[in-house]
Design a binder for this molecule. Structure first.
Ligand SMILES: [Zn+2]
Length: 110
């Protein structure tokens, strides 16, 4: 049986089985992590998992969970944030969409 040695920040060294570990591999590499419940204090311990740690844990039998961050969530945005007033103006503007549609649709020649 494979034993994985890691540490709890409170209790020190901990030995776990692969089934006691959770490995989350993120599409954004620096957000990957592994976690476990400490067998002594029962706290959840979460630590970053770089490529080397991911390879080591997978080779030890830990199942990796894939975590894909949608590209739009990582986009950088500039300018002021949308306010409640902006949303309200947009909702009120939806009532006038038929006017806009009439303005941009081709006119029927008589
Ligand atoms: Zn602990």
């Amino acid at each position: 049986m494979t034993t994985i040695k890691t540490s709890c920040p409170v209790c020190g060294d901990v030995e776990l089985t692969p089934e006691q570990m959770r490995l989350v591999v993120c599409s954004r590499t620096d957000w990957s992590y592994y976690s476990f419940l400490c067998t002594t204090c029962n706290d959840e311990v979460r630590k970053p998992a770089d490529d080397e740690v991911v390879t080591l844990l997978v080779s030890g039998g830990v199942m990796a969970e894939e975590w894909v961050i949608p590209a739009e969530a990582l986009e950088e945005h500039h300018g002021a944030a949308i306010t409640y007033d902006d949303v309200l103006d947009f909702a009120l503007g939806l009532d006038r969409v038929h006017l806009l549609a009439a303005m941009i649709s081709p006119r029927v020649q008589a």
